[in-house]
Design a protein around this ligand. Structure first.
Ligand code: ADP
Length: 516
């Protein structure tokens, strides 16, 4: 060909959109156009005279003892002019999926081999014509079936990908891309054997050896590092000769299932804990209710005997009998109140109430239980008027003072103080008793809660008094809290809003400092 004609041809080929490479009989590159330079990342002068094999990944350079180009040339008739899908290798080592048509002209040393590439921007689908396989005519006509299959794959609620004999992902659906969290361009062309996950590697090898394999675990995205709990099933694909052609991976994102499982476990643990608390409570409650019955029955028997004999009855016997009855009544009342609170049915009947009177009344009525304790009431200078249910508030204060007596078994002073602070009435009850372990203080107001230092020393109680007290106080717009040091006593505080219009004292501290 004349030089001018060659130049003209080169100019045409350079203007072409598709990459084009020509090589000689020894498969050394003798021409490449500008599009091929762009696709493959080589400069023309770098590649001229070099083996065309450089344009393909090493593992693809040989097929059945022939070079890739010779292999493709031998299949030209079978392919009927159709392109072959193959991975090309750029100068920087990156692999790109291309469609390649190979043709040859001339004989012997004059032979020229032409390589026509087409870059695949869009990822091929799993149902596309398989790589390096010429389909028999009747198969290529089954377009309807292919389209249907394609739709199923694309809309399946599972991630699906297809990989070839060399473990390279050839196609995948959108859900697979979403589950794995890496872009499609990274996934397609990815060699599964280059992954670091030993479990996946094992499954891929098993699949390529013709076995189905399952794997469940956390998949770590290559690009983002995002971890996805997934179940993967690997299934081999066989050709008509029964040889493995590649495999299909079916991936299920099991994050939801894992979440549901851990939620179920949590609920189960909570239910178990609730059952344990209920059983503990039932045994404590039965014990508590039974304890006063024995002395009660003994005292009643004594009374009966004395009356039968016409002897004088000691009023203290009757007083003690009544005390036991009161104890049982109070336990039953606590049980009833707790279930009313749970059902949201504990009724309050607030009225204008003078707290100093109420506190004094509580202390008087608890006098029989005082035992060795000294009680010191620091009364306020001015009346403290609040809008509360007096019966319920008496229940709160009684509970605090009773606890102060109960949990200071060695006696000591119980100090009760009532004062006004800004818009608040502040009551505190302190004792010099056993105190409360710091980690347990927040839990005291929970239903059935009893600190570990009381159960160990077997103080009676159901763990309901403070739970009921907190409900009553908070429903009056107030707060209840505790300060305590184990072994050095406890102070319980109650803050209640003063009645509007009641004379207020200027606050020394802000209410926030006072209300915890
Ligand atoms: P109960 O006294 O019947 O167990 P409460 O609800 O009144 O129930 O109290 C709950 C728990 O709080 C008690 O079991 C005890 O562990 C702790 N507690 C309450 N008051 C005091 C106190 N003054 N000193 C030490 N611990 C206390």
């Amino acid at each position: 060909m004349a030089g001018a004609a060659i130049d003209e041809l080169s100019a045409w080929l350079d203007a072409a959109v598709d990459p084009f490479v020509a090589c000689d009989a020894r498969e050394n590159v003798c021409f490449l156009n500008a599009a091929a330079e762009r696709l493959l990342g080589w400069k023309r002068e770098e590649l001229l005279g070099q083996p065309a094999a450089w344009l393909f990944p090493k593992r693809l350079r040989e097929h059945g003892g022939k070079s890739l180009l010779r292999h493709l040339l031998s299949r030209r008739a079978a392919l009927g002019g159709r392109a072959t899908r193959v991975l090309a290798c750029r100068k920087d080592g990156a692999e790109v999926l291309v469609e390649l048509t190979v043709g040859a002209s001339g004989q012997g040393p004059d032979e020229r081999i032409a390589l026509n590439f087409r870059r695949l921007h869009e990822v091929i689908d799993i149902v596309d014509e398989p790589v390096e396989r010429a389909l028999p005519r009747h198969e290529t006509e089954s377009v309807g079936g292919d389209a249907l299959f394609r739709t199923v794959v694309e809309h399946a609620p599972l991630g699906i990908f297809y990989f070839d004999r060399s473990a390279i992902i050839i196609a995948c659906n959108e859900l697979f891309v979403r589950i794995i969290g890496s872009p499609k361009r990274v996934l397609v062309g990815l060699n599964l054997l280059s992954l670091r996950d030993e479990n996946i590697l094992h499954c891929v090898r098993e699949t390529l050896a013709g076995h189905t394999c399952d794997y469940e675990g956390e998949y770590r995205a290559i690009t983002s590092g995002k971890k996805t709990p997934a179940h993967m099933r690997f299934v081999p694909c066989f050709n008509s000769a029964g040889q493995v052609e590649g495999g299909i991976g079916i991936v299920e994102d099991i994050s939801e299932r894992r979440r549901a499982e851990s939620e179920r476990e949590r609920l189960y643990r909570e239910a178990q804990e609730a059952i344990r608390v209920r059983d503990d409570f039932l045994s404590i409650a039965s014990h508590e209710l039974k304890t006063p019955l024995t002395p009660l029955s003994l005292r009643l028997a004594t009374l009966e005997r004395r009356l039968e004999r016409g002897e004088r009855v000691d009023p203290s016997t009757l007083r003690h009998t009544r005390m036991h009855l009161l104890r049982i009544t109070s336990l039953i009342n606590d049980l009833l109140d707790a279930s009313r609170i749970e059902a949201g049915r504990l009724a309050l009947h607030p009225e204008a109430t003078r707290l100093e009177g109420l506190v004094a009344h509580v202390l008087r009525s608890l006098e029989p239980q005082r035992g060795d304790h000294t009680v010191h009431f620091e009364a306020p200078e001015h009346p403290v008027q609040v809008n509360v249910d007096p019966f319920r508030m008496e229940q709160v204060f009684s509970n605090l003072v009773e606890n102060a007596f109960k949990y200071s078994p060695n006696g000591g002073t119980v100090r009760v103080s009532l004062r006004q602070h800004g818009g608040l009435a502040l009551l505190s009850v302190s004792d010099e008793g056993i105190g409360i372990p710091p980690d347990q203080q927040k839990l005291l107001f929970d239903r059935y809660f009893r600190a570990r230092n009381v159960s160990a020393r077997s103080f009676g109680g159901l763990g309901l008094g403070l739970y009921i007290s907190r409900d009553i106080v908070e429903r009056h717009g107030g707060r209840i809290w505790v300060e305590s040091e184990p072994g050095h006593g406890s102070t319980f505080h109650v803050a209640l809003p003063l009645m509007a219009g009641a004379p207020a004292q200027p606050p020394a501290e802000t209410p926030e400092q006072l209300i915890h």
